[in-house]
Design a protein around this ligand. Structure first.
Ligand SMILES: [Zn+2]
Ligand SMILES: [Zn+2]
Length: 201
């Protein structure tokens, strides 16, 4: 009987080890596992903080995010790796410190905070001049939903590759577009529609 138990224990251990190696050796499996984990965390957070944007009432779960009620999200993120933020918010579970916002309201808040703190390094990221020029070229209306508030509009790569280009251009896409004579292949999307496109791709 004891031998049998030892054997079962051994088999379980070997199965676990094999599963661990399968994940570790295959980056795609590891990535999917990590995505599922983040998705579960996000679901739990949305249940806790509410599944409606507190500013505009948007209820499409795909575009909702958890926002620092008093700013400081970037500072927090800088101190942690990407996957850690949600876990930290879950631990805090403080209804006063965080709230649910849609991507549009989140961007609007970020822009207004950056405007208030002009000297802040963040302000450089929201360079109104270049952004306005880019919007004039590519359109002042979101092609997805017709949103016209310039503060929550973004310029979007029609054929994807936004992440790649942002890395190359260092978050200065609007300036890059201006220097390169506003090439084809870009369009105006609001932050919500931009996120929906990103998820669908
Ligand atoms: Zn909103
Ligand atoms: Zn839109």
């Amino acid at each position: 009987m004891v031998d049998r138990l030892v054997l079962i224990h051994d088999v379980n251990r070997r199965a676990k080890r094999a599963a661990y190696l399968r994940v570790r050796k295959n980056p795609e499996v590891a990535r999917q596992k990590e995505m599922r984990r983040r998705h579960r965390l996000r679901e739990r957070l949305l249940i806790f903080y509410g599944t409606v944007c507190v500013l505009c009432g948007e209820s499409d779960k795909a575009v909702l995010c958890i926002d620092h009620a008093n700013g400081g999200g970037n500072r927090d993120r800088a101190n942690r790796s990407r996957g850690q933020t949600h876990r930290m918010i879950l631990k805090a579970a403080d209804p006063d410190a965080y709230r649910t916002l849609c991507c549009n309201c989140n961007l609007r808040e970020q822009v207004s905070r950056a405007r208030e703190a002009r000297t802040n390094a963040e302000a450089a990221h929201y360079n109104d001049r270049y952004k306005l020029r880019a919007l004039l070229r590519y359109g002042m209306t979101c092609v997805g939903c017709g949103e016209t508030d310039a503060d929550c509009l973004t310029i979007h790569h029609v054929n994807g590759g936004g992440g790649q280009s942002r890395r190359v251009e260092g978050n200065k896409l609007c300036q890059w577009l201006w220097t390169n004579g506003y090439p084809e292949g870009y369009q105006t999307l609001c932050s919500n529609c931009n996120w929906r496109v990103y998820i669908a791709s």
